[in-house]
Every structure is written in C-alpha cells, then in structure tokens.
Design a protein around this ligand. Structure first.
Ligand code: LR7
Ligand code: MN
Length: 613
C-alpha cells in the first residue's frame, strides 16, 4: 500500500512536471521552426530598403510629393507586396505543381514543350523566392572587406520562360549589395516566341531601373549575344549568367574579392541544381571542370590532394575548364583576352575555348566554393539552330584547330564526321593566339590538367577518378515495404509481366500473401528518395505521353526523381500517391482485376486511394 502510494506520488511529483516540460519544449521547438520560416530575412529587408530608395528618387523626379508621386508609389508598393519573398520547402513546391484544371495542364504541357521545364510551378513561385543557403558552414563566417569593383551582370536569353527569366533578374537585385551592382544587361537574342520580348521589355522598363534591355539585330546565338551584351556594359567586372538561374546568399562578394586580388583570374561559382520538374533548389557537390576527347564538357572529381586539403570548401579551386554559363572576369581582361570566337554559332564549345585560352594565355580559372548560383538543368535544349546542323561539332572543330595543336587528332579520331565539315575562317583566332603569346596545348595538359588521360599514354600522376555518373545517384535506402493496395477494391498492384520486365504496365490483381511468388511479385519497397521499387528490382514510373493517358509502368531506377518520385499526399481521408514531376496522382482505370494504372488530376476519388502495408 505504501509502495503504491509512493509510486503515485512519484508520478504526480515528477511525471506531471516532466510532461509539462516536454510539451512546452516540443511546442517551443515547433514555434522556433515556424518562426525561422517566417522570419523577415535579408531579402525582405533589402527589398524594403530598395523600395524606400526608389520612393525617394521618385520624389526627387517629381519635385516633391504630388498626386502623381502618390500614385506611382502605390504602384511600386504593390509590386513589392506581391513580390514578398517566399521560401518554399519541398512539400510546398510539390503542392504548387498539382495540376488543378485543364488550364494548368495546358500551361504545364506548353511550358515543357517551349522551355523544357515546369512553367506551372515557375509561374506560381513568381519573381522572388529565398533559396536554401547551400554554402559550407565555414563560408557563412567570412566577413568581406569593402571591394573596389562593381559588376555588370550580362544575361542573354532566347525564348526564355518569362517568370524564370525575371526570377533570375530579381534574385540578382535581391541578393546583391547595391554598391557592387553596376547594372544588369538583359540581352534578348531576338526571341521569336509570341510576345516574350515585348512582355519582358515592358516589365523591365516599368519596374527595373538598373536593368538595361538590349536586343540583338538578329539571332546571334549565345556566344555573339554575350559579346554584344558585354559591349553595353560599363562595370569593371562582367558576370555572365544563364537566363534561368537564382543566386544564393553573398554570391557576388567572394567572386569580386578574388578578382580584386588577381585581375587575370576568371572565377566560377559552384553551380547548384534547380530541378526542372519541381523547381527544388539542390546543393551540388564540389567538383571541377574537365573534358573528354570528343570535346564534351564533363565534371571531374577533385584530385585526392585537393580533397584532403583542410581548407577545402573555402579556398579557390583551380579548374581545367568551366561549364560556360556562369562566370565573372574583369571587363578589360575579357577584351584583352579576345572576348569570344565570333565565328561560333548558337550553342556549344565556347566554354572549352575560353577555358583553354585563359590558362594558355596567362590567366587562371578557378571555382570559388563560397559563391553559389542555382541553374535549371534541363534534359533537352528547347530551341534549334536557324541554319540547321550541329553547332557544337562545328564550334568544337574551331577550338581544336586553333588551340589543340597536335592533340586535335584525338578529337578528329573521336568524331570522324567532323573531319569533312567546313569550320570557316579561323585566321583571326590563330593570330590572337600568337599576339597573346599563348603557351602550347601540351603545356596546358602537363601543368593544368595532368589527370587527363591521353590515349595511348599512361599518366603517372595520382590515380585519376572519372567522375562516376552514379556518384550523384545514391544506393536506394529503403524505409518501408509492403503490398500496394488499392483501397476501394482491396486489390494489389503488380506487374502485368515478371517483376524484372522493363516497360511492363502495372495492373490490379488479387492480393496474394500466401505463396512466396505472390509475396515477391507484389512487394513494393519505398526509398528515402520517394521511389517505389517492385521486388527491389525496378521502379514505378510513368510513360510521358503528351497525348492520351500516361500509364504507370516499371523502369530501371535512375535515382533522379522526376517520373520515378512518388509522395503520399492526404486529401481528406484518402491517401493519394502523388507524382510531383507531373503534378498528378496514380489512378486505376477500373477497380477490377486486370485494371491498369495511370496518372490523372488529383481529385481524391476512390480510384486514387492507395495504401502500402
Ligand atoms: O541562340 C541562343 N541565344 C541565347 O541567348 C541560345 C541560347 N541563348 C541563351 C539561353 O537563353 C541561355 O540563357 O544562352 C544561355 C545558355 O543556353 P542554355 O541554357 O540552353 O545552355 P545550357 O545551360 O544547356 O549549356 C551550357 O553550355 C553552353 C555551351 O554553349 C553555355 O555555355 C551555357 O551557358 C552553359 N550553361 C551552364 O554552364 C550552366 C550550368 C550547366 C552545366 C553543366
Ligand atoms: Mn542553361
């Protein structure tokens, strides 16, 4: 009896306070999380500051406060309010992608066709958002001294999706200290789609003071368009960006700081990935630029000596080549070094050309790990070449003939079809190389890229790792498994063929928990990356049919999300299987044995209710 009493006492005296304490802690933890989420961040503060400055200059223009001034101010505030900087987590981005109506579907389909990424989500995000700070923690403590340089940001575009383009521009304005930002030069490379040029030009002229809108007289291709843009720039440093980027916290300071120490260094930020299906902003690994003998750019793993450097992640990383789209260099150095090869058309090759030229003609090319910029990586280029033909191969041929000396043979061997192509006149570039007294390609390979394997030679530098494609692909980590049951019919999802048959459609069948075979062919494994593997073999995927139904089928797991990512989403009582890349949900064609599965608008009807157990 006494014992029981003391136990009761214990419970009352310790149990209750402990529960209260725990609840309080949990609650405040929750509050802290939500508070962090909504905290006015630097972007918002900067936006407010910009608004005040703008209002001030409007006042001056109007000679004091007047009704017109009030009106203009109101319009300005509206733009800013609409543009409240939002930070999206993955779940919110997924919900932005849900296709709600045929109009959404149209916007989405046309977006993929014209721009090769998800325009529906891009539009919903709008012109401003805060992206996750992907920098290494040690970068966050760096204090920048005042830098005596200013930058002109040159952004060329051809038929770019308007919200992605304006988010690029606004992200630069939001994230760059005004004293470092001379101007943004927006080069329209004679876009042909509907009214994109006009729409952007009008917006820029109405709302963005520090942005110069210029248009090429006719389509030039990105290489000549950049030179055209650079010629309109007046900052000390040129920063080139693609037209679908979002810059990260303190992105420009470390680039300019490095250039201020060494005027002949060309610097590149770490290029983070913005997912073309979901617009998620994801951190990229620290790698550097290389190339193969077909003159394709590739990412290489860092040599072991760099990986073991205690200052890795803070120190600039010399890079044999760059991806091409995002870099900064002094404007006078850009002109001194011969800008770009104006004989190159539309797309490709200029990145290796300028990389070789920088190193061989006395400069340096470095990746600055504390500077990060996101770029929408697409699966295909949504535009062609008006003259037809493969501009990459022709441009690469020019690179080989001007810069690669006897090593051009390796390229020609790799690309025999290039041998017969007319690559135009290269005499200007050959004399530029002489005029700048550039070193040989052999010197470049030996000193800058000793890890490169030259066919037929063994290189005796430290063991060279090809950047394995699947380094980015993680081994699937399984979080749970079970049968995938369609709730209404109590039938199980399995393959129409053997579970290892690629491209096989999925179908409903009686749940078989008794036989080993049944268990195996109906056992689904869910991974941390939201994949669903049948029998741990193939992944639940969907055909990307532009017309007709998109049927669910089994495909080799690629680990890149997209059509193989599935998230459980609750709609009322129902658990839906949502595919963020398509904005749609898994649905049965008929709730009977033999019924198939396809993607449909997420309505939450009984055709879409599933469970994994
Ligand atoms: O005719 C054109 N005129 C243009 O102004 C064709 C394109 N462009 C614009 C286009 O709108 C975009 O802003 O040029 C820019 C680059 O074109 P993308 O985005 O189609 O190119 P990409 O990102 O597929 O290709 C990479 O390689 C190119 C080789 O010519 C360029 O150097 C790109 O800038 C480059 N992009 C990057 O380096 C970003 C990181 C990608 C990686 C790896
Ligand atoms: Mn690009």
């Amino acid at each position: 009896m006494r014992k029981r009493l003391s136990l009761k006492c214990c419970l009352i005296w310790f149990g209750i306070p402990l529960t209260v304490w725990l609840t309080f802690n949990l609650f405040s933890w929750h509050l802290k999380l939500t508070a962090d989420w909504n905290q006015p961040n630097r972007l918002k503060l900067r936006a407010k500051k910009t608004l005040l400055v703008r209002k001030d200059s409007l006042k001056k223009e109007n000679g004091g406060e007047s009704p017109k001034f009030e009106q203009q101010c109101e319009a300005l505030s509206e733009v800013f309010n609409k543009a409240l900087v939002k930070r999206y987590n993955v779940t919110v981005l997924h919900s932005l992608g849900v296709v709600l109506s045929p109009e959404d579907q149209k916007l989405r389909d046309e977006g993929y066709q014209k721009f090769a990424f998800n325009a529906l989500i891009s539009d919903k995000i709008g012109f401003h958002r805060a992206v996750p700070d992907t920098r290494f923690p040690k970068c966050r403590d760096v204090k920048f001294p005042s830098i005596d340089l200013d930058a002109s940001i040159v952004i060329c575009f051809f038929n770019e999706q308007p919200s992605a383009l304006l988010r690029t521009v606004h992200s630069v304005i939001d994230q760059t200290p005004p004293e470092l930002l001379k101007e943004i030069i927006l080069v329209d490379d004679s876009s042909t789609l509907d009214d994109i040029s006009c729409q952007i030009e009008t917006y820029v002229n109405q709302h963005l003071k520090n942005v110069k809108f210029v248009r090429t007289p006719e389509r030039q291709g990105l290489i000549r368009a950049r030179v055209f843009g650079a010629n309109h720039a007046s900052g000390k440093v040129l920063v080139f960006l693609d037209s679908h980027c979002e810059v990260n916290t303190d992105w420009l300071e470390p680039l300019l700081l490095r250039i201020s120490h060494d005027p002949s260094t060309v610097v590149v930020p770490v290029i983070d990935m913005i997912n073309h299906d979901t617009m998620e902003y994801q951190s990229s690994p620290l790698v550097r630029g290389g190339f193969n003998w077909g003159l394709h750019f590739r990412w290489d793993q860092l040599p072991a000596s760099m990986q073991s450097d205690p200052e890795l992640g803070l120190k600039p990383i010399p890079s044999p080549t760059m991806a091409g789209g995002l870099f900064a260099m002094r404007k006078d150095y850009f002109h001194h070094l011969g800008e770009y090869d104006l004989g190159m058309d539309i797309w490709g090759g200029e990145n290796l050309e300028i990389s070789f030229r920088i190193w061989m003609c006395g400069g340096r090319l470095e990746i600055i790990p504390c500077s990060r910029v996101g770029h929408i990586f697409r699966k295909r280029r949504p535009y062609g070449n008006p003259a037809g033909g493969d501009t990459l191969i022709r441009n690469s041929l020019r690179v080989a003939h001007v810069w690669m000396d006897e090593y051009k043979e390796y390229f020609l061997k790799q690309r025999p079809q290039a041998g017969h192509l007319d690559y135009g006149d290269i005499s200007d570039r050959v004399s530029l190389r002489k005029h700048l007294s550039c070193k040989s390609f052999q010197w470049y390979l030996k000193n800058i890229y000793p890890e490169q394997v030259v066919p037929g030679q063994t290189n005796n530098v430290e063991i060279y790792h090809h950047f394995p494609r699947n380094q980015l692909r993680k081994e699937p980590v399984i979080i749970r498994h079970g049968q995938l049951t369609h709730v209404d019919s109590s039938l199980c999802v399995q393959s129409e063929k053997k579970p290892y048959t690629k491209k096989a459609l999925l179908t409903l069948a009686a749940c078989d928990t008794k036989t080993l075979d049944g268990q195996k062919s109906q056992m689904w494994y869910e991974t941390v990356d939201s994949q669903l593997l049948l029998a741990q073999l193939l992944c639940l995927d969907v055909e990307s049919g532009m017309v007709g139904k998109s049927y669910a089928r089994l495909m080799k797991c690629h680990g890149n999300g997209g059509s193989q990512a599935w998230t459980w989403t609750d709609k009322g009582e129902t658990s839906l299987l949502y595919n963020p890349a398509s904005g749609k949900c898994l649905t049965v064609t008929a709730a009977t044995e033999g019924g198939n599965l396809f993607l449909d608008l997420c309505t939450g009807t009984k055709e879409q209710a599933f469970r994994l157990s």
